[in-house]
Ligand binder design. Structure first.
Ligand code: DAH
Length: 342
């Protein structure tokens, strides 16, 4: 008769070692040791062949029972380990919802964009539409169609950045006036903000890249009174109800008459100081009544229609608005400067 004692011992041993197993790897090692193809239990079961046939039912039953028990012990341990590792994971990945959140850094608008939005808002509120034009522009749109003869000083290579003889980086947004009048018949009421370029040396008040907002109104019966009215309202909306402006006669080849509009100096209130270069006023924009020749060259009959136009320097407004004394700050991308404009 086959000795069942080793089977008993085996069961005890497995039980003991299983309870000591700390993880799935150790469990797997034990499984191979006992239940694997070369395992100890497997070796024992192979002896069954030697059992005489008459004893087999009884012995077989006992052996099977022991084997089922051992297998169940393994299964039980496997369940235990897996629920323990789940628990560990849950504990490790626990989220403490009471911790204060990490603050998200939000971006901010560049001071020039903020001022541009303000200016745009004012004109859109008065019924203007915003349009855009190319920064790389034909000489014709930037100068030719604006009544600037080849000899005009603004066409000097000192001021204009030329790409070819015929193509320039636009020096003024006035080019967009031409593009609009070429396509659209009156009534016209547009603004056009954008970058302009001039071959200027960089200093506190000059930059080869700066920003303008062009304005153009063409309709029947438009007068200088309309121009003054619109621009005065603009200045008051932007700088407050008390803002004072003045118009000075000037010359632009594409307007007649032409003027420049100044606002009273925010620092000295007109007395004269360092900021306004002792003028009491600061220049804000150029403007005028659209020259009849510009209109007629673009197919708009100056006997029927008239219009006014203006070009505002945006950078200067932003400097005034925020009390910035050096234009270079706008372009240096220094976060210490930019983050002040939240
Ligand atoms: N283009 C001028 C400049 O860059 C500004 C200007 C003056 C625009 C008179 C106009 C205007 O539309 O009518 O200084």
């Amino acid at each position: 008769m086959i000795n069942l004692k080793p089977l008993e011992l085996l069961r005890g041993l497995v039980n003991e070692q299983l309870s000591a197993a700390a993880n799935e790897k150790e469990l797997e090692e034990l499984r191979l040791r006992y239940l694997g193809r070369k395992g100890e239990l497997t070796a024992f079961l192979k002896q069954m062949g030697q059992v005489p046939p008459e004893e087999r039912p009884v012995i077989g039953k006992l052996v099977n029972k022991a084997r089922t028990e051992i297998e169940e012990m393994f299964a039980q341990k496997a369940r235990e380990l897996s629920s323990r590792s789940l628990e560990q994971r849950l504990r490790a990945e626990k989220i403490d919802v009471t911790l204060p959140g990490k603050s998200v850094k939000t971006g901010m608008r560049h001071p020039l964009s903020a001022v541009l939005d303000e200016v745009k808002e004012i004109f859109l509120g008065m019924g203007f539409t915003a349009v855009e034009g190319p920064e790389i522009e034909y000489d014709y749109y930037c100068f030719g169609a604006l009544n600037m003869p080849k000899t005009h000083p603004a066409r000097d290579t000192q001021d204009t950045l030329y790409i070819t003889d015929d193509i320039v980086l636009r020096t003024q947004t006035s080019s967009v006036q031409v593009r609009v009048m070429e396509k659209q018949k009156p009534p016209i009421r547009i603004i056009s903000p954008g970058r302009v370029y001039r071959s200027d040396q960089i200093d506190a008040t000059h930059s080869p890249l700066f920003h303008q907002i062009e304005g153009l109104v063409v309709d029947k019966g438009i007068t200088m009174g309309n121009l003054k009215g619109i621009l005065e309202v603009f200045a008051r909306r932007l700088f407050g109800e008390g803002a004072k402006v003045r118009f000075r006669p000037h010359h632009f080849p594409y307007t007649e008459p032409s003027a420049e509009m100044d606002t009273m100096c925010y620092l000295c209130g007109g007395k004269g100081c360092r900021v306004c270069k002792f003028e009491g006023y600061i220049e804000l924009l150029g403007c005028g009544m659209v020259h009849p020749k510009v209109l007629s060259d673009l197919g708009i009959d100056p006997e029927i229609y008239s219009g006014f136009a203006f070009g505002i320097g945006l950078d200067r407004i932003a400097m005034r608005r925020y009390g910035i004394d050096d234009m270079r700050l706008f372009f240096e991308n220094d976060m210490r400067f930019l983050s002040q404009f939240r």
